[in-house]
Design a protein around this ligand. Structure first.
Ligand SMILES: O=C1O[C@H](COP(=O)(O)O)[C@@H](O)[C@H](O)[C@H]1O
Length: 379
């Protein structure tokens, strides 16, 4: 039996508040043998659910345990043997831990609290030992420094701008900040201002070097760079589109190349959707291409694309996510599976990736969290 481990962060009204480690065992065939519609229905109970579990194979190795007890953990960042955690604790806090992955044990290093509101995304810039905490609610990027003494707030950048969608775009909303593939610039995604700002950042200085304006009302939420580093892919929370951008890594400039719907053909005008996570494979599929995956909250599905040359993107598949509002998902380290967590149902659903990168449901597990915000795979 092959085992996969993931860390899950999110909110719950139940007693086991905190970050959990989930172990999933895969025995033989990864995907379901029969019609999976019923099995993925989270409302199944009692005998029906047992029958469904039987169909999906042995679950003896599927288990979840509390890794860290903490108030409303949200996004996390894992880098080598360090785990960084966002929490609503202490009016918005960032916590740093040494992480023994083998033993699944955390040792507290340091924390910074009283940020005003809990940030929604966290990224660790290993080269500069800086943490980027994106604060959606305050429209601000907080930059924290980690040194021998611990964590401290180095600098805050107040974002600017607004957009046509109210209330989401009444002001700036900082949803993500990541380094570019060359580890040179920091790209800051501003959902409220329909903007991606490129900064050159070090300990005490943040210089804005470029700014990309998306189409009005896109509400960019998350972005990811493709494996060739030349193109970035942007997920629009508010208009359910995926935008392909060419990246000039010398100047930090983004340029529009392509746009596709995050919804399947015929459903593009579906209005009850919020785009959420966007991830890209690092290993080529059997056709020699990379795959891009996005999650749709409301449409409750994942869309799968194949990435072509020169910023090409081809829709491959749309599949039900097996729960309500898939907020985050993660590829397993070997990229054979994708684990999806939901915002408004307890379903954690494992999908097997087929040769072309398309997905087939593998199994459903009960989450101990009511609202999963972040999923990180463990090697
Ligand atoms: O994706 C989203 O994120 C923001 C921030 O998350 P939060 O859990 O810190 O509130 C959220 O408010 C927004 O509605 C959602 O679409």
């Amino acid at each position: 039996m092959k085992e996969y481990r993931f860390i899950l962060g999110g909110y719950t009204r139940r007693s086991n508040k905190g970050i959990h480690i989930l172990n999933i065992g895969i025995d033989g065939l990864g995907h379901e043998k029969a019609d999976n519609k019923g099995c993925m229905n989270s409302s199944l109970a009692g005998k029906e659910k047992l029958a469904c579990d039987k169909l999906l194979g042995p679950r003896a190795k599927d288990q979840s345990r509390l890794l860290l007890e903490i108030e409303d953990p949200s996004y996390m960042a894992l880098e080598a043997n360090k785990l960084f955690v966002l929490s609503s604790r202490d009016e918005g806090g960032v916590l740093a831990y040494d992480f023994d992955k083998e033993r699944g044990q955390l040792d507290f290093i340091s924390e910074v609290g009283k940020l005003g509101k809990a940030p929604c995304h966290l990224y660790f810039d290993q080269k500069k030992s800086l943490l980027y905490a994106s604060n959606y609610h305050l429209g601000r990027l907080d930059i924290l420094s980690l040194d021998k003494v611990g964590l401290s707030l180095a600098k805050s950048i107040g974002l600017e701008g607004s957009g046509p969608v109210s209330p989401n775009q009444d002001g700036p909303r900082c949803h993500m900040a990541i380094k570019d593939p060359n580890d040179k610039y920091t790209l800051v995604v501003n959902l409220g201002g329909d903007r991606i700002d490129t900064y050159c950042i070090d300990d005490n200085r943040a210089v804005l070097v470029a700014s990309y304006q998306t189409r009005p009302g896109m509400g960019p939420r998350h972005m990811v760079f493709g494996p060739d580093s030349k193109y970035a892919y942007l997920m629009g929370e508010l208009d359910s589109t995926v935008e392909v951008l060419a990246y000039d890594d010398v100047k930090g400039i983004l340029r529009h190349v392509n746009r596709v719907s995050s919804l399947p053909v015929g459903s593009e005008s579906f209005t009850g959707n919020s785009g959420a996570a966007i991830k890209v494979s690092k290993i080529k599929n059997k056709a020699g291409k990379y795959n891009l995956y996005v999650s749709n909250r409301g449409h409750d599905s994942l869309s799968v694309y194949e990435l072509g040359d020169e910023g090409g993107i081809r829709f491959l598949q749309n599949i039900g996510s097996g729960g309500k509002n898939p907020r985050d998902f993660a590829l397993s380290p070997d990229e054979k599976f994708i684990l999806v967590g939901h915002q408004d149902s307890n379903d954690i659903v494992l999908f097997e990736r087929l040769g072309d990168g398309s997905l087939v449901k593998s199994k459903r597990l009960d989450s101990r969290l009511d609202e999963i915000v972040c999923i990180i795979p463990l090697d």
